[in-house]
Design a protein around this ligand. Structure first.
Ligand SMILES: Nc1ncnc2c1ncn2[C@@H]1O[C@H](COP(=O)(O)OP(=O)(O)OP(=O)(O)O)[C@@H](O)[C@H]1O
Ligand SMILES: [Mg+2]
Length: 374
């Protein structure tokens, strides 16, 4: 079992009293302390605020040092991690952006017999497709123009450990047979070499793309998909586990307050309600970033969250005489813009998500008077 640290999120949680019943393997609520906090509020205007305890984390038993959450679906994910970690099977982690896929991949490695060997990550979307082959498999000096020295690829670097193939859906079709071979045979050749390299690597892959659909559309090889999909783990979106939002707010508020040398002890109830209601298209990463901004903006002991960053689509104001279809179109555009972090063009931009061209989307953004919230 791993070194054990369980996060004490320190939130009083009258709405979820069932969560306080004793310890769980993931998270613990110090109910007595919380009630005490509530009873000692000093002034009237503090009564509508929730108290955040900035007690240090307490050491308790847990397999998961970094993963905060108590939601049933998240716990089912962690149960699956425990089951698959000791085996050598490939794992495919599915989930929207920012849901914690990389955290899960690391947890699998840390709970596996390979934990004392490297965990090597490759983001297949971040490396230009022409360079990905050499990044994964390495090359010999002179293998191609610019190959001025021999390079060891990530598969070799991960030998005896785990290779995390992030955004595996972005592996170009011409590279997919070579990946399949290394998964099946644990062997490959460096670019420019005929010598076969043997490795002992466990592959954990992740994607937020619909790989099954990509297979149907012949954009991803079926045999590679089945080889990767031996043990799929689907990480739920944050809006599907809203009961974890308070825990995560507490966790990140405390983390950033500590880092910035601030003392933040409470959050207005209305703020917390808005945070719980929001849809979080960027999931935990979006919440984490918002909490960092919030702690930066807070000058007193109450957490000041810039709620304009997370106003709902309706709050942004629909055009006064827009019809129902136009409003729906406007909301789809807003969602795509949020999910792409307000990037319009490019393969990951909102236009691509909506299957529109860039100018077409720019026209609609102007037409609907959409602007990025401050
Ligand atoms: N349950 C959680 N508890 C604490 N932190 C979390 C949790 N889930 C995610 N995070 C944090 O949120 C951020 C995003 O997580 P991660 O990088 O694992 O997501 P991802 O699914 O791989 O995202 P992407 O698809 O964009 O690569 C990280 O900083 C991670 O530490
Ligand atoms: Mg990731």
């Amino acid at each position: 079992m791993q070194g054990a640290m369980v996060r004490n999120t320190g939130w009083p949680d009258p709405g979820h009293s069932n969560l306080h019943e004793g310890k769980t393997s993931v998270i613990v609520f110090p109910l007595a302390e919380c009630l005490e906090c509530q009873q000692t509020v000093e002034s009237e205007d503090q009564l509508d605020e929730q108290s955040l305890s900035l007690e240090d984390e307490i050491d308790l038993e847990s397999d998961f040092q970094e993963i905060v959450g108590n939601n049933t679906r998240l716990k089912a994910v962690l149960d699956n991690v425990r089951i698959v970690a000791p085996a050598d099977s490939s794992v495919l982690i599915l989930g929207e952006t920012g849901t914690g896929k990389e955290l899960i991949a690391r947890a699998i490695h840390d709970l596996s017999p390979r934990k004392n060997y490297p965990f090597v990550k490759v983001n297949c979307a971040a490396i230009p497709s022409g360079l990905l082959e050499s990044e994964l498999f390495g090359h010999e000096k002179g293998a191609f123009t610019g190959a001025i020295a021999q390079k060891i690829g990530r598969f070799e670097l991960a030998n005896r450990g785990t290779l995390f193939l992030d955004e595996v859906g972005d592996i170009p079709p011409e590279l997919q047979p070579k990946l399949l071979r290394v998964l099946q045979e644990q062997e490959f050749e460096r670019l420019g070499s005929t010598r076969t390299q043997r490795v002992d690597v466990r592959v954990v892959a992740a994607t937020n793309a619909d790989l099954a659909n990509m297979v149907a559309e012949k954009k991803f090889r079926a045999d590679l998909y089945y080889r990767l999909n031996v043990f799929p783990i689907a990480v739920p979106a944050l809006r599907e586990r809203r009961d974890d939002i308070e825990h995560l707010v507490g966790h990140f508020a405390r983390k950033y307050a500590k880092r910035m040398g601030k003392r933040i002890t409470r959050v207005p109830r209305a703020t917390m309600q808005a945070l719980v209601r929001y849809t979080w298209p960027g999931n935990v990463r979006e919440l984490q970033n918002l909490m960092e901004r919030a702690v930066l903006l807070s000058s007193g002991t109450s957490l000041r969250v810039p709620l304009t960053d997370i106003v709902t689509e309706c709050d942004l104001g629909a055009p006064p005489d827009g019809n129902v279809l136009e409003q729906a179109e406007r909301e789809l555009i807003l969602r795509a813009l949020r999910e792409s972090n307000w990037v319009v063009g490019g393969t990951r931009g909102a236009a691509a998500r909506l299957r529109l061209n860039r100018t077409g989307l720019a026209y609609k953004i102007k037409k609907f008077g959409i602007s990025r919230p401050l």
